[in-house]
Design a binder for this molecule. Structure first.
Ligand code: PLP
Length: 450
């Protein structure tokens, strides 16, 4: 029987004609403001977006910390098209297809030695919750069933699902959602005694991490399952840890049989000039969470990479049958996995992680040149990330950075404002001239800002 063919629909991606803004309830957005003052992006290529009024915008935020290889990579598009045309979907519950196996093998090659078992998710939030459940399952499988507590960090961000929300430390994200995961505690954030305008890592000797010993004394190590931190906190406004801090967290967690999870949703895939923050800092956690740059953001996908020990404890230590009662319909989706494989190939062939590392010195110099601009109270940087903190206006915290965001947009520069911090994280393909352009535009805007 002949297959019926349907004419492909044309969605006219770049046209705003007939677009009704009412129905899409936008995430993490001031919906009322946006819908009165819409800013729409309609195309992207390389380092640039195109806005609906036809202007080019230099992307200094990699979309949302995720388009690490730059926009519109043809090889990723081709891999996606091939996957869609060959195998649009296949379940991975008690069945499989080759692509996620291939992607897991490729990912394992760039993870720290010993972390080579990969569980796929669809986002950073799902990765965080998966990692926390993995930690609980690990202790359970070992008969350590009193270990239920999860320790996060103030100002940490691990997405918006209940697990990540609970260990996260951003008050605004948590306060309205009273019901959270029970038995969670938090370490202090790393900005307490921070030296302002510090280039790269904060000075230190790891002593801040000794706070974990206090929590252990309070709760008992035998009740603590895992500690989760971002190697460098991104979403809270770029908080760079002190030297020795992550090493010390590793020593303490290991001593007490507590799992250490690095949330590398932002720091993964070259953002800090290495494949992972773990590699940069020379600290190997038990579990790493990933998303964003995994597919260059072309198709949603996340991953949780576990040590052989964590994996084997759960898989070998469980009774016959399903070992880990967890997963998503789209875990290892063929289209996402194809995008992931093409993305990793680009990172490898173009040496983008090393490139980011090589550009970091120029980046640091350029962003710190803004130190004498009006309103700037701190500048922090690591790899191809920078946080420029502005003094808040009296009574309207966040308003000053939001105004910079809006004015930058109007001048052809996309930045990110979180509170009164301007967070920058450009694609790893950025040129020296583009770095100068970002900093030059910001300098002009800050000079004229009330
Ligand atoms: C460290 C970290 N974890 C988790 C997430 C959540 O990722 P997603 O928005 O894909 O759920 C983010 C997002 O920015 C993040 O920065």
């Amino acid at each position: 029987m002949a297959t019926q063919t349907t004419q492909p629909a044309s969605f006219d991606v770049a046209s705003t004609a007939g677009v009704d803004l009412d129905h899409f309830w936008m995430p993490f957005t001031n919906n009322r403001y946006f819908k009165d003052n819409p800013r729409l992006l309609v195309a992207a290529e390389g380092m640039y977006y195109t806005s609906s009024d036809g202007r080019r915008l230099l992307d200094s935020t990699s979309g949302l910390w995720c388009v690490n290889a730059g926009h519109g990579r043809a090889a990723i598009g081709a891999a996606v098209a091939e996957a869609v045309g060959t195998l649009d979907f296949a379940p991975t519950f008690q069945l499989g297809h080759p692509l996620p196996f291939r992607l897991a093998s490729e990912l394992a090659k760039i993870m720290p030695a010993g972390l080579d078992r990969v569980f796929f998710t669809n986002s950073g939030s799902e990765s965080a919750d998966t990692a926390l459940k993995m930690a609980l399952a690990y202790h359970h499988a070992r008969g350590d069933q009193t270990r239920f507590r999860l320790i996060g960090r103030q100002r940490g961000y691990h997405g918006t699902n209940f697990g990540g929300l609970s260990v996260g430390g951003l008050g605004g994200n948590r306060r309205r959602f009273v019901s959270q995961v029970w038995g969670v505690d938090h370490l202090s954030h790393t900005q307490g005694q921070a030296v302002r305008f510090q280039r790269g890592l904060q000075p230190g000797n790891g002593a801040l991490a000794d706070e974990l010993e206090d929590l252990i004394a309070l709760h008992g190590a035998e009740t603590i399952a895992a500690v989760i931190v971002e190697p460098m906190a991104g979403s809270a406004g770029v908080l760079v840890p002190p030297q020795g801090y992550l090493q010390r967290l590793r020593e303490i967690t290991r001593k007490h049989g507590i799992l250490l999870i690095f949330d590398e949703v932002i720091t993964g895939f070259g953002r800090l000039g290495a494949a992972t923050g773990a590699e940069l800092f020379g600290v190997t956690p038990d579990i790493i969470t990933l998303a964003k740059g995994l597919t260059n953001a072309t198709v949603p996908m996340g991953a949780v990479v576990a040590s052989r020990e964590v994996h084997d404890a759960i898989v070998e230590g469980s009774p016959e049958g399903i070992e880990f009662y967890h997963g998503y319909t789209y875990s290892g989706h063929p289209v996402a996995a194809a995008a992931g494989l093409a993305t990793l190939q680009i990172y490898r062939e173009e040496g983008l992680f090393a490139r980011a590392g090589a550009m970091a010195a120029k980046w640091e110099e350029a962003v710190h040149s803004l130190a004498d601009c009006p309103h700037v109270v701190d500048i922090r940087n690591l790899g191809l990330v920078a946080g420029i903190e502005l003094a808040p206006r009296d009574g309207t915290p966040g308003a000053r950075a939001t105004e910079v965001f809006q004015k930058a947009f109007d001048r052809g520069l996309l930045i990110r404002a979180t509170g009164d911090i301007i967070a920058l994280s450009p694609p790893l393909i950025i040129s020296g001239d583009q770095i100068d352009e970002i900093v030059g535009t910001l300098r002009t805007l800050l000079k004229d800002l009330a």
